[in-house]
Ligand binder design. Structure first.
Ligand SMILES: Nc1nc2c(ncn2[C@@H]2O[C@H](COP(=O)(O)OP(=O)(O)OP(=O)(O)O)[C@@H](O)[C@H]2O)c(=O)[nH]1
Length: 518
């Protein structure tokens, strides 16, 4: 019994242990399933987090996820997990390295940007903040990098804006100076003798002193208005003149026509009268031949006499009308003479206007248009005769200073005196023109080398000796000269260019110099 009881108790213990073992197995298997779920979730998250960083790691994670879905012995996956662990560890090292590189690049690029000039202070402050921050993670560095890129973008925009603005400003400035010079030339070519001369002088002086773009446009508009008004005035006065001539001619035509009609009528009447006189004379002749007794002839004679009397009276009337006709013709002749004088005057004033178009209004020497004409003319003569033909360009030295120190009115005065002095040093066959601003061109045809060199040097010395007095100061003004001769294939444009080159050489060696380019 005891054995049986012992066996029973043993069995019961065994059963309890079996139950316990079963319970623990169930627990373990439950735990294991939970752990597999957690592992799966972890691996899925890891795949998502690491996707694209390392291809091998991506592949291994995909395989592991696939295996985890299979009813396999988990322990078999341990080598795979170990491999993934190695790959992840390797990737961590690589990421650390990349992070350090990124950090270095951020500092390098930041320093480069910091050295760029002209950036606004706020941008520099932001940049310093980025560079001084200590990043805790790769994503910190990513954020810094993004911020740095934003600063670069702002800097590039700012700099390209200011470059464009600078370029467009400098282009505007060049265009402005060019337009201002053109406008000055235009003013110089306008008529300075009419009511607008004060306005034109005022504008020219302002342009010389330098103007803004808005002012330039305003001045250009004023000049345009003056030119249009002048044109209208010219048109009106020409119209008036032509209307006057036209109505005078119409009146002349009418009176001349009447005179012609009257002359024809007078001729006819005279013809009738002559026929009458000749008939009476015939009657008298006949009577003298046939009549023997005067007393019987008397009544007939008295008729002839009274008819003659009538004819005489008609002749007087005819003479009176002829005199009137002559008066009318004399009046017409006077009218024609007056008309001729009027048109001759008009012709003269047109000629004067044309002459003025070729004169420089300030210095009263010829202007550039006249110079171009004359140079062309002399060039054609030179082509034909091959005589020595010298052209020289004279430029007042440092003339800007004269304007700046003593004002434009003093500058104008100096230009006038210099032009006159150059003119006085020249021969009658020479030619002088104001070429541009403070530059004069001289053409000397048919001179020997000695003559032209002497003449040019005389001009140079004469100008240098001019006693200018501005604001109680004795001022010395000099000119530099570039000269050349027409040769072989030369044409007017390249001669002008060569005088300019010669002048530049003269100027490069100082003031009051002469330079020749053969
Ligand atoms: N008073 C006055 N000045 C003029 C006239 N036309 C041009 N100018 C001035 O003449 C000066 C010419 O200057 P530049 O020829 O460029 O220079 P510069 O001072 O003479 O110097 P260099 O020619 O190098 O010796 C400018 O200041 C013009 O404004 C004018 O009709 N009257």
């Amino acid at each position: 019994m005891t054995d049986v009881n012992a066996v029973v108790s043993e069995v019961s213990k065994l059963k309890q242990r079996l139950d316990q073992a079963q319970l623990s197995f169930r627990d373990a298997s439950l735990k294991s399933r939970r752990e597999i779920v957690i592992l799966k979730r972890l691996i899925t998250r890891l795949s998502v987090a690491c996707r694209g960083i390392d291809q091998e790691l991506d592949l291994k994670l995909i395989e592991l996820r696939h295996d985890l879905e299979q009813p396999k012995d988990i322990s078999k996956l341990i080598p795979r997990l170990a491999l993934i662990e190695r790959l992840v560890t390797r990737q961590a090292a690589l990421t650390e390295q990349a992070s350090q590189n990124l950090e270095q690049h951020i500092h390098l690029s930041g320093d480069t940007l910091n050295r760029v000039r002209g950036l606004p202070p706020q941008l520099k402050r932001d940049l310093r903040n980025i560079l001084s921050a200590s990043p805790d993670s790769l994503s910190d560095n990513h954020n810094r990098l993004i911020r740095l890129l934003e600063l670069y973008e702002s800097a590039v925009k700012l700099l390209s804006n200011s470059t464009n603005q600078h370029q467009s400003n400098s282009i505007d400035q060049d265009v402005l100076i060019h337009l201002s010079c053109e406008l000055q030339h235009l003013i110089t070519d306008l008529d300075f003798t009419d009511d607008n001369s004060a306005t034109l002088l005022d504008i020219r002086n302002k342009l010389l002193a330098g103007v803004t773009a808005e002012r330039l446009v305003e001045h250009a508009l004023i000049i345009l208005r003056l030119v249009i008004n002048g044109h209208h005035q010219d048109r009106r006065s020409t119209q008036k003149f032509v209307d006057g001539v036209h109505s005078d001619l119409a009146a002349l035509k009418k009176t001349t026509h009447q005179a012609v009609d009257q002359s024809s009528a007078l001729i006819e009447q005279r013809h009738t009268m002559i026929s009458g006189v000749s008939a009476l004379s015939q009657q008298m002749k006949q009577g003298l031949k046939e009549q023997e007794n005067l007393e019987t002839w008397r009544p007939q004679l008295e008729t002839i006499s009274s008819e003659l009397q009538v004819l005489i009276e008609r002749t007087h009337a005819l003479e009176k009308r002829e005199r009137e006709l002559l008066d009318q013709l004399a009046y017409n002749e006077n009218k024609v003479i007056t008309l001729y004088e009027k048109t001759a005057e008009h012709h003269q004033s047109l000629n004067n206007q044309e002459r003025k178009m070729f004169l420089d209004h300030l210095t009263k020497v010829y202007n550039r248009a006249a110079f171009n004409d004359r140079l062309e003319h002399e060039y054609r003569r030179w082509l034909r005769y091959q005589h020595p033909l010298c052209v020289a360009l004279l430029d007042v030295d440092n003339f800007k200073e004269t304007n700046v120190n003593f004002g434009y009115v003093a500058g104008d005065k100096a230009l006038k005196i210099i032009a006159r002095t150059i003119h006085q040093c020249l021969d009658d066959t020479d030619f002088i023109a104001r070429f541009d601003g403070d530059k004069f061109m001289v053409i000397m045809p048919d001179t020997t080398e000695e003559e032209r060199t002497k003449r040019i040097n005389t001009i140079r010395e004469a100008v240098a000796q001019l006693p200018f007095h501005f604001r109680d100061q004795q001022v010395s003004i000099t000119v530099s000269i570039g000269a050349t001769m027409f040769d072989t294939n030369d044409t007017p444009p390249n001669i002008i260019e060569r005088t300019q080159k010669a002048l530049n050489t003269a100027k490069s060696t100082g003031s009051n110099r002469l330079s020749w380019i053969a």
